[in-house]
Every structure is written in structure tokens, then in C-alpha cells.
Design a protein around this ligand. Structure first.
Ligand SMILES: [Zn+2]
Length: 84
């Protein structure tokens, strides 16, 4: 489990983009499912990226696709909440 350095959400599980299940390593990127901010795995926890790392994340096409999916999931969640 890791805690988001932005919103404090405890993320109990992690997954990766790709066909093979992976264990996160130091330096891997992490998107918080609760707030949508990017973090960096380090020493078993998540820290905020520095400016250079953030630019790398924002220029990474896979990260941008993950962000797009996260936004769509949040839209569906809001619609579902509105109907209930
Ligand atoms: Zn968060």
C-alpha cells in the first residue's frame, strides 16, 4: 500500500500499462486513482516528482493515455453518482 503525497489517499494496489503484471520499482510512475496526480515510486512509497520528472511524465504518451482513461472513468463515476 502507498499513500498519495497530494491527497493522502491510501492506494491498496497498483497495476501497470502493458500485458504483463509488474511489481513497481523505484523511479516508476504512479497515477493516484483518487486525485489523478502523478507520483514516483521510491523506497516502497510514492513521492512527488521534481520538475524534470514531471516534464518526462507529461511528455510520455503512455502516461497521457492513462490520464485520458482516468478522466473518462471519473466522468462515468460522476454520472453514476448523479443517477443514484
Ligand atoms: Zn491522490
Amino acid at each position: 500500500m502507498t499513500t498519495c503525497p497530494y491527497c493522502g489517499h491510501d492506494n491498496e494496489a497498483h497495476t501497470c500499462v502493458g500485458p504483463i503484471p509488474a511489481v513497481p520499482h523505484d523511479g516508476d510512475y504512479s497515477l493516484c486513482i483518487a486525485c489523478g496526480f502523478w507520483g514516483i515510486f521510491e523506497g516502497g512509497s510514492i513521492r512527488r516528482p521534481d520538475r524534470i520528472e514531471l516534464v518526462g511524465i507529461l511528455r510520455n504518451p503512455e502516461c497521457m493515455r492513462v490520464m485520458d482513461v482516468w478522466v473518462e472513468v471519473m466522468k462515468l463515476q460522476r454520472l453514476t453518482e448523479a443517477w443514484n
